[in-house]
Design a binder for this molecule. Sequence first.
Ligand code: GUN
Length: 297
Amino acid sequence: MTKIIDGKLIANKLKHDLKNEIIQLKQKYNKVPGLAVVQVGNVAASSVYVNAKTKSANEVGINVIDHHLDDNVTEDELINLIKKLNTHNEVDGILVQLPLPKHVDEQIILDTIHPNKDADGFHPLNVGKLSISSKNENNLLIPCTPLGCILMLKSLNLELKGKNAVVIGRSNIVGKPMVQLLLKESCTVTIAHSKTENLEKICSTADILVAAVGKPEIVKENWVKENAIVIDVGINRIQKKINGEIKNKLVGDVDFSQVKEKVFAISPVPGGVGPMTIACLLINTTTAFKNKISKNY
Ligand code: GUN
């Protein structure tokens, strides 16, 4: 029987443990972690994510400070807000929801977030630390989606060492950090992307396949090796004919109904990586809080 990796269940367990940890931190230090969430404009998907992140943070006892800015905010205004949050005593983590409007340079904004408060792990210093760190460092701020994927893989309690892992997608947010995390687990990692030749053949060699390419249901049954583990990072909103009616549907990068018949384990969309990304944001915020206490900055 194929194992369906239930991201919602794993994320709920992580949040439960985090809530208890935050209760203990509060008893000890009389403070709780604080997360500043910055959203610019009204991109519908961003609003869904930001609301889900805020709700989950509140549930575990993280104090959320919301900043919802107008679409036409200038780059300088956004930089000034982040600089204020960088020195704000009650803010331990800062999250700027992406994408930002075209007139704002995303990299400049991400570079402005203080690396110690970088709840997303996107700052170049944290990107570098991830690539040179050893396996056992637990104070790193790691991009939330790939961290969630690794925790899902670990939930299977299988040896990851030496496995052939293929990551489809080379984004800074998912693909590249995913490679680093798999390397840390001593996997042999191939990074493929939309321009890769023989993509299907390369994927079919994978013991672990992470699909983060942003193409709805591109990974078909003949792309996967028998008994592989498949993590689907895609979140694609498509229209599909169901019972003669056109309906909106959320699908991953993997053709779930085909692929699930062949593999050992697979994460669904929705209910897979999505909830894990949110749980990992809360973990990072708490890590930033604990780092501040232990390093006294
Ligand atoms: N937009 C899509 N994914 C993410 C994410 O993980 N973090 C932020 N800040 N924005 C996103």
